[in-house]
Write a protein that binds this ligand. Structure first.
Ligand code: NOJ
Length: 514
């Protein structure tokens, strides 16, 4: 694993909505370069950039038309290289978003594959033998091509699935095995894309729908094997490149050679229980439950310890903002958890200032309800919150219209802001090896429907307890054999241990060495 991941704290940038420098109403690479100092001031030292490739934008850029060209609206390939260089000068790494599972239906590979004439791209996507062949278990687009056959899509109808083969073959007349030369050629084409950007200076990839590549692969065995092959390629040519998967099952993804896997708002992780259900654990109501999350985390941790990292994001461009269910104080406590857990933390742009979830925002570029968490970053009190000089009517997504909307300017100058708490927490994390990505964890108290949540982070040098109680009542638990050595951080009143009972005051977190 690249060493830098031990210290990494990521910031996710949705380029459309971060900073517009040419007044066209949509963010651009120059805008990101202009805000690198801000990212750094927060304490983040790595960025995950959502897709910036040429695309018809039916799915915000996850429908790639040309993997090797930056979309004009964001700038040029040279601008992106400048972003890599400027970021590196400031000690910031950049991960691009790799979309290996599908392309846009406008990609030149697909335009060739659709034709009746055979070419090297005829098997680049998954086509049935004839248009009359549309097995209902697959999502097929029917009758749209010159070629006689239907094609499988991965997500939206405009995103045909690339062909890495089938593990279990049920329709031999059109399903290819994974070791078919044309399926191997798809993998080689994707390595070529990775090589292209890694040679330009990018530091690795966040990989979209990493679990989706091989079809008919119920237990993911063949997909894991395919990722091991990608890993071998990277080990050989780019050993420092970091790979993080959108998979949501670290026990599988890390076996495939990913360094890190995100927990997601879907899948088995119970991540939602913490921040995004009706009654989240981090609500002051005290009616939430973190125990299922902890149970699944512990199982995954046991299976993956030493093999890679489980990453906990504050949010991302696909899920409701953390502020949908949590208020300012609750978000601070949520960050105290996210930033003291193992694995590299991910902060979704704007969560650090408590940007709102804009319920009902009009869908843009296939965002649908996700548009609510993709609105422009709020920098200051000038027009369009400092995001863009465009006419407000021409913004990619309208700015939060609340007159009291949070901004970076206000947050930086307010000692009580989420931003300043996040900064403190990142400083705390960076000052203690046990709190970094590779530090170990042991949960000490995480009972069903109960508070507090208590865990120990440790390594050979130190042992640190994190005790969090978001609920509005003090909460206690028995903890044997521990004495507080030094309080390292608190938000709210400090916790106390008396006669083996740890008491965590209402709406507080304490971090202390033992
Ligand atoms: C997951 C991405 O995060 C999401 O935004 C996208 O729509 C789908 N994958 C399809 O690529």
């Amino acid at each position: 694993m690249p060493n830098w991941l031990n210290d990494a704290v990521f910031y996710e940038i949705y380029p459309q909505s971060f900073c517009d420098t040419n007044g066209d109403g949509i963010g651009d690479i120059e805008g990101i370069i202009s805000k690198l100092d801000y990212v750094k001031s927060l304490g983040c030292n790595a960025i995950w950039l959502n897709p910036i490739y040429d695309s018809p934008f039916m799915d915000a850029g996850y429908d790639v038309r040309n993997y090797k060209k930056v979309a004009e609206r964001y700038g040029t390939n040279d601008d992106l290289v400048r972003l890599f260089d400027e970021a590196h000068k400031k000690g910031i790494k950049i991960l691009l978003d790799l979309v290996p599972g599908h392309t846009s239906d406008q990609h030149e590979w697909f335009l060739e594959a659709k034709k009746a004439a055979k070419s090297e791209y005829s098997n680049r996507y998954i086509f049935t033998k004839s248009v009359w062949d549309a097995p209902p278990q697959y999502r097929m687009m029917c009758g749209l091509c010159e070629r006689d056959g239907n094609y499988m899509v991965n997500y939206f109808s405009s995103q045909p699935a690339l062909n890495y083969g089938f593990h279990e073959i049920t329709h031999p007349e059109w399903q290819l095995p994974c070791d078919h030369p044309d399926c191997l050629a798809t993998a080689e084409a994707m390595k070529d894309v990775m090589r292209f950007w890694l040679n330009m200076g990018c530091d690795g990839f966040r990989v979209d729908m990493a679990q989706s590549l091989v079809k008919g692969d119920t237990d993911s065995k063949a997909t894991i094997a395919l990722w091991q092959d990608f890993r071998a390629f990277l080990n050989k040519e780019f050993p420092e490149a970091a790979m993080i998967s959108e998979w949501g099952q670290p026990d599988k993804s890390l076996m495939g050679g990913f360094h890190m896997d995100f927990l997601l708002h879907f899948g088995p992780s119970h991540y939602n229980d913490l921040f995004r259900v009706e009654e989240p654990f981090f609500s002051r109501k005290g009616t939430g439950d973190a125990s299922e999350f902890v149970k699944t985390y512990e199982e995954n941790y046991a299976k993956t310890e030493g093999k890679g990292l489980i990453c906990i994001p504050s949010g991302n461009h696909d899920m409701p903002r953390i502020s949908q269910r949590l208020d300012k104080k609750e978000i601070k406590l949520a960050f105290s958890f996210i930033l003291t857990m193992p694995g590299a933390p991910f902060i979704y742009y704007g969560d650090e200032i408590g940007m709102r979830h804009l319920e009902g925002a009009k869908s843009v570029e296939g965002g649908f309800e996700r548009t609510a968490s993709r609105s422009p970053m709020q920098w200051n009190s000038s027009v369009n919150a400092g995001f863009s000089a465009a006419d407000p009517e021409n913004l990619y997504i309208p700015i939060d219209s609340d007159v009291n909307r949070p901004t970076v300017e206000k947050a930086v100058n307010d000692s009580d802001s989420i931003y300043n708490e996040v900064r403190k927490l990142i400083e705390l994390r960076q000052a203690h090896s046990a709190l970094k990505s590779n530090g170990k964890i042991e949960f000490l108290y995480a009972e069903k429907n109960a508070y507090p949540l208590v865990y120990r982070r440790y390594d050979d040098n130190e042992s640190i307890i994190v005790a969090i109680n978001p609920s509005s009542n003090a909460a206690s638990c028995r903890i044997s054999g521990l004495n507080i050595k030094e309080i390292l951080y608190t938000n709210g009143d400090a916790a106390d241990i008396t006669d083996g009972v740890l008491t965590v005051p209402a709406e507080s977190v304490s971090v202390f060495s033992v």
